[in-house]
Design a protein around this ligand. Structure first.
Ligand code: 2RA
Length: 342
């Protein structure tokens, strides 16, 4: 069976990765509708030997569509209800519906069962959350987790194609002895922008009343929902780094009971979508250099937290546009197809 697929936000970084993955994973589509804002409407995209014209998204864009892949952004809130009404299942990469109790928030390796409860919309978690729970779930299955302390090192692709272009232009300008121009990072719509080339910015998204950023609160709230455990204690610091597309995270996890390093290693290595790259004597550990453009997340630097009982540290890297966005969403669609849920 083949499915009629729409991609909303087809011209952005995540939209383009949807196309790459549909081809790479031989996703069974019979029709493909590429949707975007009026700004990109009319643009031609060559894909698998055919030329597609990007259409402006309207309330009527989803007639006859089975699966609507939403790349994210403000359009999700407006158009998801129209897509659902038209009979499509929406897999949405924006934050609009993630914490809605009626909407499953899914990482297929972690909580696939939640997909079955959908009422038309399934939310794809925030990129840094997806990557972190890929490491947490196999450990949680060994012993209940009590507390998580995470610091992220997030690639500029999290700010879309414009974020990547900004880093590239700044590196070129600075290398030529010119000034770096900053218009996008940390947050396009805020008044101040900082150079990201050769710098780190400890702000991803806007600040909340509790002095955390929205990105940090997403990691906290979404992790509890995905792991179905509101008792988890989580604190996060999210940082933008001058890397193009893979996020990295330093994670400290405290468990309710002791787990051995060997058991943790075995569980991580056996988990689908995870590669254990952890061989300190050979200087082998995950880096964005290895995970960018790749499907799996990589985990390494696994070690005991010697400052307390029942705690481990690990380091995890994953491609933010792939597992952190388009791949996870497409895996949700693949799961639905495999289980005849669409
Ligand atoms: C970021 N969390 O890295 C975002 C992208 N979803 O900015």
């Amino acid at each position: 069976k083949k499915y009629r697929v729409a991609i909303l936000g087809a011209t952005g970084a995540v939209g383009q990765e949807f196309l790459n993955l549909i081809e790479e994973r031989k996703f069974p589509f019979s029709e493909l509708r590429l949707l975007a804002s009026s700004r990109s409407a009319g643009k031609k995209i060559a894909f698998m030997g055919k030329e597609y014209t990007v259409e402006e998204t309207t309330a009527d864009s989803f007639a006859g569509i089975d699966i609507a892949l939403f790349a994210g952004g403000a359009a999700s809130k407006e158009f998801a209800p129209h897509a659902v009404k038209a009979g499509a299942v929406v897999i949405d990469n924006s934050s609009a519906f993630r914490m809605d109790p009626e909407v499953p928030l899914v990482v297929p390796e972690v909580n696939p069962e939640a997909i079955k409860k959908h009422k038309g919309i399934i939310a794809n978690p925030n990129c840094s959350t997806i990557i972190m729970v890929m490491g947490l779930k196999p450990l949680y299955d060994l012993a209940k987790i009590r507390r998580i302390v995470v610091s992220t090192y997030q690639a500029v692709s999290g700010a879309g194609k414009e974020g990547m272009a900004e880093l590239e232009e700044q590196v070129a300008a600075l290398s030529a002895g010119k000034d770096a121009e900053a218009n996008i990072l940390p947050v396009g719509k805020l008044p101040k922008h900082y150079q990201i080339a050769f710098n780190l910015i400890p702000q991803i998204d806007v600040f909340m009343d509790n002095l955390y950023t929205k990105e940090e609160m997403k990691m906290i709230d979404e992790t509890k929902k995905i792991m179905e455990d509101d008792s988890l204690r989580i604190t996060a610091t999210t940082v933008r780094v001058p890397v193009y597309r893979s996020h990295a995270e330093s994670v400290n996890v405290e468990f309710e009971s002791e787990i051995s390093l060997d058991a943790a290693r075995a569980a991580l290595a056996a988990f689908p979508g995870v590669i254990l790259r952890d061989n300190p004597s050979q200087q082998e550990y995950p880096m964005p250099l290895f995970t960018s453009g790749k499907t799996d997340v990589e985990i390494g630097r696994l070690r005991r937290d010697e400052s307390t009982d029942n705690a481990l540290n690990f380091w995890i890297c994953g491609d933010q546009i792939r597992k952190g966005a388009a791949l996870n969403a497409l895996q949700i669609a693949e799961y639905m197809i495999a289980h005849e849920l669409v």
